[in-house]
Design a binder for this molecule. Structure first.
Ligand code: AMP
Length: 123
């Protein structure tokens, strides 16, 4: 998969401060904010500030500092919103056409606050 980053995507615009977001947590390398259309009582998106399109792009190309910061922030978000320790949560990321990714800037969904059902429907 090519990883051409489209800097007009909505999360790039959020990072540039062009549109507002409901920030949960922010560090030098990472931003976490509430999903605008929550699919569960807890629905937070964690994004790197760097221009990465998908999980695999980020995991392959980001610096160790970015990768560590991203995951430490995601863990802190889980604690802050009360899902861990707690009743649990699901962390998912969509990539590309088959993953039905809507926004081409890597983001981790953290979902919780209710029983979430099975991971995916069987085809
Ligand atoms: P995905 O389908 O994995 O690319 O998920 C994109 C997510 O971004 C969806 O859950 C949307 O509700 C969410 N989203 C789109 N625009 C915004 C926005 N301006 N602020 C917060 N979340 C957004």
């Amino acid at each position: 998969m090519a990883h051409d980053y489209d800097s007009t995507n909505i999360f790039a615009r959020i990072l540039r401060g062009e549109i507002p977001n409901k920030t949960v947590m922010e560090t030098d390398h990472t931003l976490a904010f509430h999903d605008i259309k929550p699919a569960a009582p807890v629905h937070v998106l964690v994004i790197p500030k760097g221009p990465y399109v998908t999980f695999d792009h980020f995991a392959a190309a980001a610096s160790a500092e970015e990768i560590t910061d991203f995951h430490r922030t995601a863990a802190a978000v889980c604690a802050l919103v009360g899902v861990a320790p707690g009743e649990g949560y699901r962390a998912i990321t969509n990539a590309g056409a088959h993953g039905m990714q809507e926004v081409p800037h890597y983001h981790l969904h953290i979902l919780g606050g209710r029983v979430l059902g099975r991971l995916i429907e069987r085809a």
